[in-house]
Design a protein around this ligand. Structure first.
Ligand code: DI6
Ligand code: FE
Length: 399
């Protein structure tokens, strides 16, 4: 068989199971940007390729997937970081007009070019660790022009770099000043104007919300989800981060791709997610940065068979984090996830949290040839080490 590229002499963690799907003496072959073989070299068909890369025993995993980020935004909130060090809480700062609304002001003032320029170094930090797919949310515009500009900037990032971008509309992130005292009016604006517009322009691949005391109520989120469904968009939700409002169960009722954060998730929520096949996306960077003390109920999620994903939550307020490798380390140390759970959480399960399980997330025939090639002796090193980057090479779509 004639193919475009072959990687030989590699050890594979295919993430296709069982466990990490480990293959010693493995080989990956690619044609037209797709994997045409991934497995033991000894069982491969006879192959000829234009380019053959000898991996010299290095490990190959699927390209990593960061399935929850707020990568596109303007400015930073280092000042609030100092306030929190001096004792103010995340919620107090938000209620005093800081927090999400302060990033909203900076983002509204930024052009699309500026948003792209500010996001690129953050994106490059992720790509430098082997990320090949990234989800990017809106939610710092909170008005029509800026929400649309954020989503366009996110789509543009995919043309600036070799990376797959999935965009998520997060209009229901915070209440903008124009609607002070009128959250239901803002929700009506989202449902009647902005979601139809964003859907018609093909700017969003999913719809998200922030279901929280400082965000929106389950009843308000339900209206957003109904509008998303009407326009054929899947949903996901920031749920149970600071308190338990039953957001995860609501999301599950709408067949959500994922419910995210989940520190205060209860058994009812776990059962609803398990029944709906909703992925639990855990964000240990936000847990760490806000100095949360209640970890998500990992044991209950595990017992119920809920797939677990891990992401950076890269945002200027609660997780100024651009390292998915560090997110894995925190998932293990802070949430006691196993190495296997961490690695599946940034590959196969992260793909599922984006509805991309048929496309990416494992080394399997037919999937996009997105690879991360690592200078390591065993996969656990990717989770164990802090501040190290063992990436040797990154391949997106066979390139
Ligand atoms: N939860 C979070 O952790 C981020 N958004 C959300 O809904 C924080 C966003 C910010 O503080 O800017
Ligand atoms: Fe978030």
């Amino acid at each position: 068989m004639q193919v475009d590229r072959i990687w030989t002499n590699a050890r594979l963690a295919t993430m296709a199971g069982p466990g990490l799907g480990i293959v010693e003496a493995g080989l990956v072959a690619c044609s037209d940007g797709r994997i045409v073989y991934a497995g033991p070299a000894a069982s491969a068909p006879a192959l000829t390729a234009v380019t053959v890369t000898d991996c010299a025993g290095r490990w190959i995993t699927p390209g990593l997937i960061d399935c929850h980020t707020h990568l596109v935004h303007a400015g930073n909130r280092a000042r609030e970081f100092e306030q929190r060090l001096a004792g103010a809480s995340y919620e107090e700062i938000a209620r005093a007009g800081g927090g999400i609304v302060s990033t909203m002001r900076a983002t509204r003032a930024a052009s699309e070019d500026q948003l792209v320029a500010e996001a690129l170094p953050r994106l490059d930090a992720l790509l430098g660790e082997g990320v090949t797919t990234v989800e990017i949310k809106s939610g710092y515009g909170l008005d029509a022009p800026t929400e649309i500009r954020m989503l366009r900037a996110a789509r543009r990032l995919a043309r600036e770099r070799g990376v797959t971008v999935r965009t998520t509309f997060l209009g229901a992130h915070a209440l903008p000043p124009e609607f002070a005292g009128n959250p239901d009016g803002y929700i009506a604006f989202l449902c009647n104007d902005l979601i139809p517009h964003v859907a018609a322009e093909g700017l969003a691949d999913a719809v998200d919300g922030f279901c929280e005391g400082i965000g929106f109520t389950p009843a308000q989120i339900e209206r957003v989800f109904a509008a998303a469904r009407q326009h054929g968009l899947p949903v996901k939700l920031h749920a149970e981060q600071l308190s338990n409002l039953g957001g995860a169960a609501l999301a599950a009722r709408f067949g959500a791709l994922s419910a995210d954060h989940l520190e205060h998730l209860d058994e009812t929520g776990v059962a609803a997610m398990a029944a709906a096949g909703t992925v639990a996306t855990l964000l240990p960077g936000a847990f760490y940065f806000t100095r949360e003390t209640t970890p998500p109920p990992v044991g209950a999620l595990r017992a119920a068979g809920v797939p677990i994903a891990l992401a950076t939550d890269c945002n200027p307020g609660s997780a100024p984090l651009t390292s998915l490798l560090l997110a894995m380390n925190m998932g293990a140390t802070l949430f006691r996830l196993t190495v296997e759970e961490c690695l599946l959480g940034v590959s196969r399960n992260a793909a599922r949290a984006l509805g991309l399980e048929a496309e990416v997330g494992t080394l399997e025939v037919g999937k996009r040839c997105d690879l991360a090639i690592w200078d390591i002796g065993q996969p656990a090193e990717l989770v164990c080490r802090i501040g190290a980057n063992a990436l040797h090479a990154r391949v997106w779509s066979g390139q």
